[in-house]
Design a protein around this ligand. Structure first.
Ligand SMILES: *Cc1c(COP(=O)(O)O)cnc(C)c1O
Length: 232
């Protein structure tokens, strides 16, 4: 089943890439992150075996449990809200922390990365629609984080992460992704080395790619429904 799902997701990504208008700044390929949260470790192993090398998890504890079973391999993305008291473990576990949503968190990541002599790749999470229940920087404030980064040599900013609102209004979703792409372009003028724009999940990754995403985070469309009774 995974093999078939993967093929169709890759097909849709390819078609969406051809529909891109202006996205030269994010390149002409897309990294598919397989979101394995609430799936057992065997699913992660299967994903890796199928060539899905980027694995997305939203909880530190769950990722740790899986990595202990699976050992090395894969490039791990943290895509869920990170609490300050979990930063030490997160820095040890994840190759890319996509969900940096406050200056305080950034400062804590610097401290923990320095402790183990790592340079931690991160994305800034944007809250473009100003949703109350979501964290992240507003599109008005995210650039003000940049001066801080000069003091944080153990943090490398790679780009931005955007989560669209839960809605059936796909034009609104498209507007949010288009705004995300504009934010990416503005950031890239100041930091030419940034290269990641993470936007799009199972319900909207086609639109995200059309609007310029070069990382998509896909769970359900690859692995089916999540099992919330699993304990990690
Ligand atoms: C769960 C999750 C995804 C994947 O969601 P699907 O709809 O199952 O593809 C992507 N991004 C984030 C931030 C998530 O929490």
């Amino acid at each position: 089943m995974l093999a078939e799902n993967l093929k169709s997701v890759q097909e849709i990504i390819k078609e969406s890439l051809q529909k891109r208008k202006d996205s030269k700044l994010t390149g002409d390929s897309v990294t598919l992150v397989g979101v394995t949260k609430n799936h057992p470790p065997e699913i992660v192993a299967e994903a890796l075996a199928q060539g899905i090398n980027n694995i997305g998890e939203n909880r530190v504890q769950e990722a740790k449990a899986k990595r202990e079973i699976l050992g090395d391999g894969g490039y791990w993305h943290l895509i869920g809200h990170l609490q300050t008291n979990k930063v030490r473990q997160a820095v040890a576990l994840f190759d890319l922390i996509e969900s940096i949503d406050s200056e305080h968190l950034l400062q804590t990541v610097e401290k923990e990365a320095k402790r183990i002599n790592k340079v931690q790749d991160v994305l800034l999470q944007l809250n473009i629609a100003h949703e109350e229940q979501k964290s992240g920087f507003s599109k008005e404030e995210y650039l003000s984080v940049l001066p801080l980064l000069n003091n944080y040599p153990h943090v490398k900013i790679r780009g931005l992460m955007v989560i669209a609102p839960k809605t059936d209004d796909m034009e609104l979703v498209r507007d949010i992704f288009a705004a995300g792409y504009r934010c990416f372009c503005r950031l890239k003028m100041q930091r030419p080395d940034i290269d990641c724009l993470s936007m799009g999940m199972s319900g909207d990754y086609a639109i995200a790619v059309e609007e310029g995403a070069n990382i998509v985070r896909v769970g359900t469309a690859l692995f089916g429904q999540r099992d919330y009774s699993l304990k990690f």
